[in-house]
Design a protein around this ligand. Sequence first.
Ligand SMILES: [Zn+2]
Length: 239
Amino acid sequence: MVNMRLLGLVIAIPVLAVIFALLERRYAAVKPKTIFRRERLIDFGFWFVTPLLTNTLTSVLIFAAVMLMPGRGSTWFTRQPAPLQLIETLVAADLLGYFGHRLFHRAGLLWRIHAVHHSSEDLDWLSATRLHPLNEAGMRLFQVVPLYLLGFRGGALASVAPLLTAWAVIIHANLNWDLGPLRYVIASPLFHRWHHTSEEEGLDRNFAGLFPWIDAMFGTLYMPRGRQPERFGLAAVVR
Ligand SMILES: [Zn+2]
């Protein structure tokens, strides 16, 4: 299993590098830097740590949590059509993810764990996997446990999991996309890159992973028109 994932990464990383290099030539949000640099090397390392180690740990913990929870039969959720299940799961999971993400931004141990993800100073597609293992495992448990207890089940989600992973990579990319008429509906690189900025105006904004309107509902949306964040990392972030 791990060998297959490793093989997949060895193929995927060069392919993605070419695709994003081509996209950045046309749509770069900030001027691309040289290819070989320390920041990129750290991010590159996480492309092996997160899929191979962190995701394995997360899967084991989620499996154990589900096994410990009651209820294996059909629920109100499983009796619905699959497309409806998918929409409900995405919205409920992103709502929980929004509040989990806000918790990770509070000063103290949770922020120190989450700060690993915010430490990328040259934010681009490679930065998407720079995650502390406890950040990823903690966030997924924070979403899965309540959803499972409420009757949600994961079958419908499995069908779009690769798409969600790809989207998580795209929203970190150095691209100036705001998705036009969908800018407040679906998270874009512009939306998420403001979340990563170290500039005062964007701190503690745009917590949602998929739906910016959740941030709008709770007063944390920040997407000024025609502007891009330019500085990233932890240099100016004090908690
Ligand atoms: Zn964050």
